[in-house]
Design a protein around this ligand. Structure first.
Ligand SMILES: [Cu+2]
Length: 130
């Protein structure tokens, strides 16, 4: 209570108050997981998600080359998939980003880039949903 009173009495801290109180006032937004695609890696290469909980995947291609985020079983078993997923694959041109929203199903899925030789050069990973 004293702390709150101090906040309201100080113009400087008052300015900062909406930020500090925001987590209490608003419902938590759907989780967002950011995955970086580069030549030749996924970062993180192990992606952990919660089964049955909606999640937003933010895919960023930080390279100048085309890469894709391919996990056929992962996308096929997920529900409420929104985004540019085609046959288990999201393709990103150089420096392009994409957002996919879905509700994942429990399982362990292989993640790869399907571009020629990219998997053997390091573009593979695992999606663990539990
Ligand atoms: Cu690639």
């Amino acid at each position: 209570m004293n702390r709150l009173r101090a906040l309201t009495l100080s113009p400087l801290l008052l300015f900062a108050m909406p930020l500090s109180l925001a987590p209490l006032a608003a419902a938590p937004p759907p989780a967002t997981v950011v995955i970086d695609l580069s030549s030749f890696a996924f970062a993180p290469s192990v992606i952990r998600l919660r089964a049955g909980e909606p999640v937003t995947l933010r895919l960023n291609n930080s390279s100048d080359s085309v890469h894709d985020f391919t996990s056929r079983l992962f996308f096929d078993s997920a529900s409420a998939v929104r985004g540019d997923v085609r046959r288990g694959k999201v393709t990103l041109k150089g420096r392009q980003s994409a957002t996919v929203q879905l509700t994942p199903a429990a399982g362990t899925y292989t993640l790869t880039c399907s571009r020629f030789t990219h998997k053997m050069r390091g573009m593979s990973g695992t999606i663990i949903v539990e």
